[in-house]
Design a protein around this ligand. Structure first.
Ligand SMILES: C[S@@+](CC[C@H](N)C(=O)[O-])C[C@H]1O[C@@H](n2cnc3c(N)ncnc32)[C@H](O)[C@@H]1O
Length: 423
């Protein structure tokens, strides 16, 4: 086993991360980037990282980059408002309520909670402090600025977007100061953050779409920690496809989403039926389930771009385009990667091709309009937005569009925002 494998193993065990095949390469890149900054060789940085918790956290953050958007799983924010409403009324002067967004990505989740609370309680929402943490340093520093593109805002109604966001440049919005002031961000893994939170001090925990990164033993520890820091009857929200929290500690609220849990007043005794529903750990030495070599996919290319590996992402997407020159998804993916590289003209070219292949794809049309705007062609962008709006008005708001995720209503809102940033 090389030093490199040992370091990766250390990071995974330190943060309870479930190893992924791509992480070996990701660690190389992260070490190279940090070494340049520190003026060290990669080997020296790796050696230092064995004993330096700050470096370890930075490296772990480079392995877990991901995506979020405002108002993801919108019903959760109604539940938060309901839960906080019940508690605000009994609050003693000077006391505060706490919402914790664990694995907050670039801030979409905690800001969504802040907006929902502000919208409902006005200045009364200032009695709620929102603490948000993520192991990824870049995500946290982006979150602190509160800057987002229209795609992140696609889950918001036009009223909310207008009320709480200010356009700062073409296709970019900043969440307003009053909402920013409600949220404090820290770069910490969930297991670290819970160590600095007092027992029975948190009213709501959001732990959505993060559990996938964790090994089962770490996940059990995380849930135990949530049960400690949550107040009696505290609310825990997880994502629809996350493993369910352990029954001895949490009771389902019976909410339609299946994602909402109460902390039990006293833990149930462990029994066969109350075992946590987490998957079994991989036996030591067994290869990861994903070890099969596969052809590169658009999703992999986009993930590379998310991780800041733009050149690799472009090379991979270009290979996919060369293999499948009539594949709309390949041009769509490469177009989005060109946008990440601020090569907006190249993005326009690829997205135009994607749209030529699939003229009815409304999500592609949105991105084409977005690229046109960034490439300095506002009038052409506007005409695409109008075309898109007409198509979206012709279908039900809840119709799921070509990417299998975005609804017509969400895209309509994103398109309106884009249009408003032009006129
Ligand atoms: C898919 S995003 C989910 C963001 C948000 N919770 C949501 O549902 O939209 C997953 C986030 O979890 C973060 N993450 C992964 N492992 C973590 C850990 N152990 N502690 C804190 N954050 C973690 C990643 O860096 C990433 O930003």
């Amino acid at each position: 086993m090389t030093d490199h494998d040992l370091l990766l193993g250390k990071l995974c065990s330190q943060y309870g991360l479930r190893p992924r095949e791509v992480w070996g390469d990701d660690l190389d890149r992260a070490l190279a980037k940090i070494s340049r900054r520190l003026g060290l060789s990669d080997g020296e940085t790796a050696n230092r990282a064995f004993d330096d918790p700050v470096l370890q956290r930075e490296l772990a953050g480079c392995l877990t980059v991901s995506e979020s958007f405002f108002h993801r799983h919108p019903e959760h924010f109604n539940l938060i408002v309901e839960h906080i409403e019940g508690r605000l009324s009994g609050l003693h002067p000077g006391d505060a309520l706490t919402v914790w967004s664990a694995g907050c990505c670039r801030g979409e989740e905690p800001f969504s909670a802040a907006i929902a609370l502000r919208d409902q309680f006005g200045a009364g929402a200032e009695k709620v402090r929102i603490v948000a943490s993520d192991v990824d340093a870049e995500a946290i520093s982006a979150a602190a600025q509160g800057l987002f593109n229209g795609w992140s805002l696609r889950g918001l109604s036009a009223r909310v977007a207008e009320r709480y966001f200010t356009p700062v440049s073409a296709g970019r919005w900043q969440v307003c100061a009053e909402v920013r002031a409600m949220v404090s961000f820290s770069q910490m893994a969930a297991l670290e953050h819970m160590c600095v939170l007092a027992s029975n001090s948190v009213d709501v925990v959001l732990f959505r779409n993060v559990a996938i990164y964790l090994e089962p033993p770490a996940l059990e520890q995380v849930y135990e920690g949530f049960a400690r820091v949550l107040r009696s009857d505290g609310l825990l929200l997880v994502g629809p496809s996350d493993p369910r929290p352990p029954k001895p500690l949490f009771a389902s609220r019976g909410h339609a989403s299946g994602c909402a849990y109460w902390k039990r007043a006293s833990p149930l005794r462990q029994g066969a039926s109350s075992e946590p529903r987490v998957t079994r750990p991989r036996p030591p030495g067994a290869p990861p389930a994903t070890a099969r070599p596969t052809r590169p996919t658009c999703a992999q290319a986009l993930t590379l771009a998310d991780r800041g590996r733009i050149e690799d992402a472009l090379a991979m997407a270009t290979r996919i385009v060369a293999d499948s020159p009539t594949d709309k998804a390949a041009y769509f993916a490469r177009g989005k990667i060109w946008l990440s590289a601020t090569r907006n003209d190249k993005a326009v070219e690829d997205l135009r091709r994607a749209l030529f292949i699939g003229p009815d794809d409304r999500v592609v049309r949105y991105w084409y309009a977005h690229a046109l705007l960034l490439a300095g062609r506002p009038l052409r962008s506007l005409s695409q937005i109008r075309d898109l709006s007409t198509r979206l008005r012709a279908v039900a708001e809840y119709e799921v569009l070509e990417d299998g995720q975005t609804t017509a209503g969400e895209l309509q809102r994103a398109a309106s925002l884009l249009g408003e940033s032009i006129v």
